[in-house]
Write a protein that binds this ligand. Structure first.
Ligand SMILES: [Zn+2]
Ligand SMILES: [Zn+2]
Length: 363
């Protein structure tokens, strides 16, 4: 029998949470008063121990992020006065998403999937424009690649992709985010990496390969045959290479990762206050456990950067999650592409959560 450790809960006092949300600094306290009564009511829900909207963070094992990375939590004031805070300004307020390689066999599927992600980011970063750059093949990036010795899947070099993104970054970009279904590695001695970012350059690259439920199973189809040789610069190995099936789980994981990572580019650090999409995560189980939404303290951080109306933002997110709606920008071309409905089953809890928030915001 293994040792069963009791789950630990990080329960901050209401006072501590209040100071994290509304600092004593006069100007920041005054700014807080500019929120509507309903908006303040929603954020202050997070201070209540019996809140049904916001819950404390629970630790399940020593490999969880907070246990492995002890550091001071970032409250609203330290975010606001941080030299790493980055705010979109006029002329530099577009988020660009660059797809690298295929996302679902057919090109039309890639387009559709990335379109859903785009729309989600636009609702999450309410007020900003999110644009898709034309997808590129792995070959077009000129990146190094390899076969992983343990998992025998193809991997591409994350740093090379960042160099490529830097050259592609448009002038009006707040940030550029590269996404790929192929696994990444940061350097030869490392096994893999989920993603890599340069916050000062406003760019990051992230892989969804390991979000495939099959990734760690023996039957994983991304494994290459034993003894398969690859030649440097010969990218033909990527044509027709396996990509994870597009499911509701893959979509929710992708939405979570992309919004979390862009959050870092704004200067938000890992959240240690309440359950929040900005919580750090060391492994997939921990990342699945964190919610899609921001806690009140991180919500205030983002709101101070984007100045959105909270109800408008939640309505946009809720609308995105409505089942069976076609994507915002339907195909205009005449080709007969069978568009599937957005798989939103995994978003059920988030949908209910948003509805409850809207009840508070609409009084
Ligand atoms: Zn993070
Ligand atoms: Zn948070």
């Amino acid at each position: 029998m293994g040792i069963v450790k009791e789950m630990q809960v990080i329960q901050h006092s209401a006072e501590k949470l209040r100071t994290a949300l509304v600092p004593n600094r006069q100007d920041l306290a005054a700014l807080y008063q500019k929120y509507s009564l309903q908006e303040r009511r929603l954020m202050e829900e997070g201070l209540r121990p019996d809140s049904t909207l916001f819950s404390p963070i629970s630790l399940h094992s020593d490999s969880d992020w907070i246990t492995a990375h002890p550091e001071a939590p970032q409250d609203f004031q330290s975010f606001y006065s941080s030299p790493y805070r980055s705010i979109p300004v006029k002329g530099r307020n577009t988020i660009y998403i660059q797809t690298i390689g295929s996302f679902g066999g057919a090109e039309a599927l890639t387009e559709q999937y990335v379109g859903w992600l785009r729309d989600y980011c636009e609702a999450f970063y309410y007020g900003l424009t999110v644009k898709l750059l034309d997808p590129v093949t792995v070959a077009a990036t000129g990146c190094a690649f390899r076969i992983n010795n343990n998992t025998h899947n193809l991997q591409i070099h994350a740093g090379d992709l960042l160099n490529f993104l830097q050259k592609r970054k448009p002038k009006d970009a707040f940030c550029i985010v590269g996404i790929t279904m192929i696994d990444l590695y940061p350097k030869d001695s490392w096994n893999f990496v989920f993603g890599q970012a340069s916050l000062t350059e406003g760019m990051g690259v992230f892989s969804f390969a390991r979000y495939d439920d099959d990734f760690y199973s023996r039957s994983y189809k991304g494994r290459l045959q034993k003894g398969k040789e690859i030649r440097r610069g010969d990218y033909t190995v990527f044509s027709g290479y396996y990509t994870p099936p597009i499911t509701s789980t893959l979509l929710i994981r992708s939405c979570k990762t992309v919004t979390h990572e862009i959050g870092h580019i704004f200067g938000m650090q890992h959240c240690q206050w309440l359950q929040c999409v900005m919580q750090g995560s060391n492994h997939l189980v921990e990342s699945d456990r964190r919610p899609l939404h921001l806690c009140p303290i991180c919500l205030r951080k983002l709101q101070s950067a984007l100045q959105f109306n909270m109800a408008d933002r939640y309505r946009a997110l809720l609308q995105w999650m409505e089942p069976g709606l076609p994507s915002k920008e339907p195909h205009t071309s005449q080709e007969s592409v069978a568009h599937s409905a957005k798989p939103t089953q995994a978003f059920k809890d988030s949908r209910q959560w948003l509805q409850k928030c809207l009840c508070v915001l609409e009084g």
